[in-house]
Write a protein that binds this ligand. Structure first.
Ligand SMILES: *Cc1c(COP(=O)(O)O)cnc(C)c1O
Length: 391
């Protein structure tokens, strides 16, 4: 079970498959779909990203995969954390994180959560609106604030909407308001869009943010922090740059545009954990809707609601491995097991799977360590949430 079906793939990928995960999955039976994560692969990725990021400090985006063993390992490696809620802050502190290395990066925070964060020693908060600044001033007086900027990100595979950030014409007013409220206007943040496959795709975003950064400096804001967010890619079938080279290239683009920024923070989520994990799943049914159909429908015991939410819009295209790999393949529509018609993973662009695939067969979904366990519903249709095993 070591070939990947479908899409031509660069041979370099073979080395990046964490073989401990393959071995573990091959040696075990699973009653339900199970994500298996190689914790040492996470460590290797942290080191590879750190090497490329140089003096930029990593704040792992906890939502990508909050398994306590992952957090604990990253604490030991010296990572900081980007937390989005009280629950994530409690989690990272319970695993030994220093609150000075935890940023509360969600721009939509409950006042009670801000108060909690302040109480436990978190000092840095994101904001993109006046009312958010007022909440921070009241519940975390004197805190450091970075303003999140909206950027156009047409090049990411999983672009972020306009839900987060403010347009450039609001940034100066918000920095000013930050100061008036007795908070520290500490810096700017942005997110280039998740799964930005190549470093050169950061160029347009960095140009936009640098213009705002320099204007703020000109207007007398002594900004200290540039938070470059996430966007670091994982392999889903299309070539990506290796993590160190990618991070180095991004840092070079930043140096060209920003000059000497005192403090740079990076918040990889997907790029830290995706390739460290694979899901062991099972084929539940293979069928054709009519005798004349060229496509088979393949139904798995995992779907949109049990971990594979990022197949929405068929944006993220996972890689599949089966015991029949090497056989001839044919086009398949891939669907999940729930009684919801939205639970179809790939239909517009069907995937190639071996013709011998049958109900009961094991199917391994590669590079699934990010945004799977966290997107899994609790008991929809009686299917349990995705289990995670860290090895
Ligand atoms: C989700 C998120 C990230 C991580 O993004 P990836 O593309 O997974 O690296 C980083 N920063 C913030 C503020 C986020 O919300």
């Amino acid at each position: 079970m070591n070939a990947v079906t479908g899409f031509g793939r660069p041979s370099a990928f073979v080395e990046t498959v964490p073989s401990r995960v393959d071995a573990y999955i091959a040696a075990h039976d699973f009653a339900h779909p199970t994500l298996v994560v190689d914790i040492d692969a996470v460590e290797r990725q942290f080191r590879a990203l750190s090497a490329g990021l140089g003096r930029a400090h990593i704040h792992y985006a906890v939502k990508a995969n909050p398994h306590p063993a992952i957090i604990e390992r990253l604490v030991r490696l010296g990572s900081g954390f980007d937390a989005a809620s009280r629950g994530e802050i409690e989690l990272v502190l319970s695993q030994g994180a220093d609150p000075a290395h935890v940023s509360f990066g969600n721009t939509i925070k409950k006042a009670s959560d801000i108060r909690f964060a302040h109480h436990v020693g978190v000092t840095i908060f994101a904001a993109d609106a006046e009312e958010e600044l007022e909440k921070i001033a009241e519940n975390a007086p004197g805190a450091q604030v970075y303003i999140r900027v909206i950027v156009d990100n047409p090049e990411a595979d999983w672009p972020l909407s306009r839900k987060f950030g403010c347009a450039s014409d609001k940034v100066m007013a918000l920095l000013q308001r930050t100061r008036e409220l007795g908070l520290v206007p500490h810096g700017l943040s942005f997110h280039v869009g998740s799964q930005t496959r190549e470093a050169r795709m950061w160029t347009g975003t960095l140009d936009q943010v640098a213009a705002i950064w320099h204007r703020a400096q000109d207007e007398g804001f002594d900004l200290q922090l540039l938070n470059i967010g996430g966007g670091f890619p994982a392999f889903y079938g299309e070539a990506i740059q290796a993590p160190t080279a990618y991070a180095q290239a991004v840092m070079a683009l930043i140096a060209d545009r920003f000059g000497d920024v005192p403090q740079i923070m990076a918040e990889p989520g997907r790029g830290m954990v995706a390739e460290a994990g694979a899901i062991a799943a099972e084929v539940v049914l293979v069928s054709k809707k009519s005798e004349a159909d060229l496509h088979r429908w393949v139904y798995l015991d995992i779907g949109r609601f049990s971990g594979l939410a990022e197949t929405e819009g068929e944006a993220i295209r996972y890689q599949f491995a089966t015991a029949h790999d090497g056989q001839p393949t044919g086009p398949c529509v891939l669907a999940g097991p729930s009684c919801d018609s939205a639970d179809v993973l790939y239909e517009k662009r069907p995937i190639q799977l071996p013709v011998g695939l049958r109900a009961g067969d094991r199917i391994v979904i590669r590079n699934c360590g990010a945004y799977t366990s966290t997107y899994s519903s609790v008991g929809f249709n009686g299917f349990p949430p995705l289990e995670t095993i860290v090895i």
